[in-house]
Design a protein around this ligand. Structure first.
Ligand SMILES: [Zn+2]
Length: 188
């Protein structure tokens, strides 16, 4: 196993924590001098916070550990290509290298939609490696979305059944009111 694969496995471990919370499984670690100085995983729904992406959490932790907003000489490992916010934060933090697992053609800003990490116009460019343990990273995401679709389908069915079962007594109630009305009318 290469060093990149070893740290990507650590990022995958973080992604599994997100998965366990029912979050899109994305994990990240930041490495400095062969030591992990920051970890993070997606908690956007759990924390109800747009900023709770894996990379932002890992950057926060790493900065705290380094006592510096600059994360020079650091490598960030992330299981999915960063979004525009995280790619921006990576450039802002002056991170030296980013190693990513799966690409994200619908939202990625590390080469898919934009390549914020390597724009020559910015004052900092990041070295980028793509496709490290891509298969495992993709598999976890694919499984998550497959299960999510099943869950959504089951929930929809359950909601429909609930609606149906609520409708029946509702109807019975109406009938009985109607009957009572008739009976009272008959009494008069
Ligand atoms: Zn992000």
């Amino acid at each position: 196993m290469t060093q990149d694969e070893r740290y990507m496995r650590e990022a995958l471990k973080q992604a599994r924590k997100a998965y366990a919370l029912g979050e899109v499984p994305i994990g990240c670690v930041i490495v400095h001098q062969d030591k992990i100085i920051g970890r993070g995983y997606n908690r956007r729904n759990t924390d109800k916070n747009t900023l709770a992406h894996a990379e932002i959490t890992a950057i926060n932790r790493a900065s705290k550990k380094m006592g510096d907003w600059r994360l020079e000489e650091c490598t960030l490992y992330v299981t999915l290509e960063p979004c525009q916010m995280c790619a921006g934060a990576i450039v802002q933090a002056r991170i030296t290298e980013v190693v990513m697992g799966s690409m994200n053609p619908k939202a990625g800003c590390g080469g898919s939609i934009l390549n914020i990490l390597e724009m020559p116009e910015f004052n900092h460019q990041v070295q980028v490696k793509r496709g490290v343990l891509a298969e495992e990273c993709t598999q976890m995401l694919t499984l998550f979305f497959k299960e999510l679709r099943v869950r959504n389908k089951l929930e929809k069915e359950a909601a429909r059944e609930r609606a149906l079962s609520e409708q029946i007594p509702e109807k019975k109630k109406e009938e009985s009111v109607e009957m009572k009305g008739k009976m009272e009318y008959n009494k008069k």
